[in-house]
Every structure is written in structure tokens, then in C-alpha cells.
Design a protein around this ligand. Structure first.
Ligand code: ATP
Length: 238
């Protein structure tokens, strides 16, 4: 579905992604784990067209997306939920979901179907639909940010560190939510520092170290790799 082939990405003269290749197949949950500054967000921004690689190619369902504009990539069916739960705080939960569904807004039936689907998967959002998003807890805001990305009916959902900045009590709720979406057949590319939880729900995983893929394999193999245990799982209790 998504194929990333040997991309390099730079900020000015500083190359932060080097010869990175990975793929996501339909129905999979793929996780890229890596420490702070490894380049995870840079990869997500490149897949969504916000940054352009200096080398290499990206394709989505056979379309070469390497050089096309971010809005066109959204229309092809890739939705991103960025790091830092960026909901619109002065808008209600419902209005945030409406904004997420702008691509399908003209098709009222499709819009209502998506809204009902999100409310059925995440009843707390229905309960809070009239509340301002800024008054939700951190975990609820993250849940809303993910549901908003899902409102455009994406073929591929990109999640950039959904656990970032959340208290442990909320992190489990967010991972349960991601699991629900995966169980319903959503294809997901997730980048995370919270390696243990992410690996538990992923099918396959890549380990990113200072801009390069250091390891790749099934999530189970990666979880049991001694280097991963030592560097990413050792002291993590999640
Ligand atoms: P984190 O887990 O802390 O969010 P990350 O793995 O997502 O980190 P990136 O945000 O992709 O990492 O950053 C990779 C490298 O690129 C870092 O060294 C960072 O300082 C650098 N970088 C990120 N954004 C920019 C920018 N706009 N200009 C220059 N350098 C940048």
C-alpha cells in the first residue's frame, strides 16, 4: 500500500533521514520506534508531503507521491494525526469532528455514517459532543484528535506519537483505541517512543536510530531482540 524507498530528508544542509526504506501493507499496523530526535516526525511529514525527500521515492497504492502536494496526498487517502493532540480548543467535540470530515462533507450520508461509527467506537466523544475540546482531559483530546483524522475515511492512518505528553493512565486508553481501529481493519503507521505498548499491537516494526533503519522484522521478533530490550524496553513499564 505505502512503499518508501531509500529516502533522504534534510533540513537545510543537515540530513536527518538517510536511506530509509519501509512499507505498510493493507490491514497492517506498522510501528517505527526510535528515541527522541531519531527522525520519526520527519518521516511522517515526508509521507504526508509536508517535507520532500532529497532522494528516494514514495508511492501509495501505486501512485508516485514523492513530489505531489500535501492536499493531494490527503485526497489519495492518507490522514495524519500529528504529535501533540492538536484539537481546536474553542470548538466543540462535534465541530472538531466536522472539520475532520471536510473531505466528505458534501456527502451527508457518508459523513453521518462516519460520525456514528466514531461515536459507537468511542462513546465518550458522543457524551462530550457539545463540550469545548479545550476542556477535555489530555487523553480525551488525543482520542478526539485520532477520531478527527478518521473522519476523512482514510485508507491509511498515520499516528505520530499518540502517547506523547500523556499520563500513563491515559496512554493505555489511547492504545486500546488504536487497537479497536486496527481490529476494525484500519491500516495504521504509528511512530512511538512507547515501544512496548506499540509493539504489542503492531504486526511489524522498524527501529530508527539517528535517521537510519537499524532493525526491522515482525513485532514479536523486534520485541524479543536483545538490543531492543536493552535500549527501548528495559526500564519501560508500559
Ligand atoms: P521526538 O521523538 O523528540 O519527537 P523525532 O524522532 O520525531 O523526535 P524529528 O522531530 O523528526 O525526531 O527530528 C529529527 C532531527 O531533525 C532532530 O535532530 C531535530 O532536531 C531535527 N529537526 C526537526 N525539525 C527540524 C527543523 N524544522 N529544522 C531543523 N532541524 C529539525
Amino acid at each position: 500500500m505505502l512503499k518508501v524507498n531509500s529516502i533522504n530528508v534534510s533540513y537545510g544542509k543537515v540530513e536527518v533521514i538517510k536511506q530509509v526504506s519501509f512499507e505498510v501493507n493493507q490491514g497492517e499496523v506498522v510501528v517505527i520506534i526510535g528515541a527522541n530526535g531519531a527522525g520519526k516526525t520527519t518521516i511522517m511529514k515526508t509521507v504526508t508531503g509536508l517535507l520532500k525527500p532529497t532522494q528516494g521515492e514514495i508511492s501509495f497504492e501505486g501512485n508516485n507521491t514523492t513530489r505531489i502536494a500535501a492536499e493531494k496526498i490527503v485526497k489519495l487517502g492518507i490522514a495524519m494525526c500529528p504529535e501533540g493532540r492538536q484539537v481546536f480548543p474553542q470548538h466543540t467535540v462535534y465541530d472538531n469532528l466536522v472539520l475532520g470530515g471536510y473531505l466528505i462533507r458534501k456527502d451527508k450520508n457518508a459523513f453521518q455514517k462516519n460520525l456514528d461509527y466514531m461515536y459507537s467506537l468511542f462513546p465518550i466523544l458522543k457524551e462530550r459532543s457539545k463540550q469545548f475540546a479545550g476542556t477535555l482531559s489530555g487523553g480525551e483530546q488525543q482520542m478526539l484528535a485520532i477520531a478527527r483524522a478518521m473522519m476523512s475515511n482514510p485508507k491509511l492512518l498515520l499516528l505520530d506519537e499518540p502517547s506523547a505528553g500523556l499520563a500513563p493512565i491515559y496512554v493505555k486508553g489511547i492504545f486500546d483505541m488504536i487497537k479497536k481501529l486496527a481490529d476494525q481493519g484500519t491500516t495504521i503507521l504509528l511512530v512511538e517512543q512507547m515501544a512496548n505498548m506499540a509493539l504489542k499491537l503492531a504486526n511489524r516494526a522498524y527501529v530508527l536510530e539517528t535517521g537510519c533503519i537499524a532493525l526491522e522484522g515482525s513485532a514479536t521478533d523486534i520485541m524479543n531482540d536483545p538490543k531492543v530490550v536493552e535500549s527501548y524496553l528495559g526500564s519501560k513499564k508500559y
